[in-house]
Design a binder for this molecule. Structure first.
Ligand SMILES: CC(C)(COP(=O)(O)OP(=O)(O)OC[C@H]1O[C@@H](n2cnc3c(N)ncnc32)[C@H](O)[C@@H]1OP(=O)(O)O)[C@@H](O)C(=O)NCCC(=O)NCCS
Length: 138
């Protein structure tokens, strides 16, 4: 994924129930994210069309995936699994063995997809977040 994919990325996220678009998905923020995490995020393409995406980054210790999406017409062909596999390979090449993903609790299908691929539900952890600016869409 490069910043040139940003328009397609936003269109993909906007059209997908279960995915929340935030200020952090804006063009400048995405450019900063990709610059901090070069070579870790991927798009799936069909000709010129972007039909899938995954964002990946790490903090030097743990990996984090966000926004795994495949357009409905291209689902069920293994693209989602390939996107995740590429991101995990790229993270592994940087020494990252353990990776997290946040999934909305209401996204039962999405949660089941990850669990079928060996990702463990963490009932022992509650994520807490703080927004310094107070922005509701941060
Ligand atoms: C989760 C998601 C990325 C999976 O993408 P995908 O390309 O369909 O993934 P895969 O092809 O690797 O796996 C699809 C699964 O559905 C099955 N399937 C078959 N036909 C399908 C179809 N027409 N549509 C969807 N899934 C289908 C596949 O056999 C596979 O089953 P399995 O999980 O038992 O192996 C996609 O469903 C999606 O974008 N969902 C909305 C966003 C979301 O919830 N993201 C995850 C939370 S961050």
């Amino acid at each position: 994924m490069t910043i040139d994919d940003h328009d397609a990325l936003v269109a993909l996220l906007r059209s997908t129930p279960g995915v929340t678009l935030r200020a952090a998905d804006g063009r400048d923020a995405t450019a900063r994210y990709l610059a901090r995490n070069p070579g870790l995020s991927f798009v799936a393409t069909d000709g010129d069309a972007v039909v899938g995406c995954v964002l990946a980054g790490h903090d030097g210790r743990r990996g984090y995936l966000q926004h795994l999406v495949v357009v409905p017409a291209a689902r069920g062909r293994g693209l989602g699994a390939r996107l995740v596999g590429q991101a995990l390979d790229a993270l592994a090449a940087e020494g990252i063995d353990k990776t997290h993903i946040d999934v909305l609790a209401s996204n039962a299908e999405g949660l089941a997809w990850w669990v079928r691929r060996g990702w463990a539900h963490r009932d022992d952890i509650r994520r807490l977040s703080f927004v310094r600016s107070g922005r509701a869409d941060a």
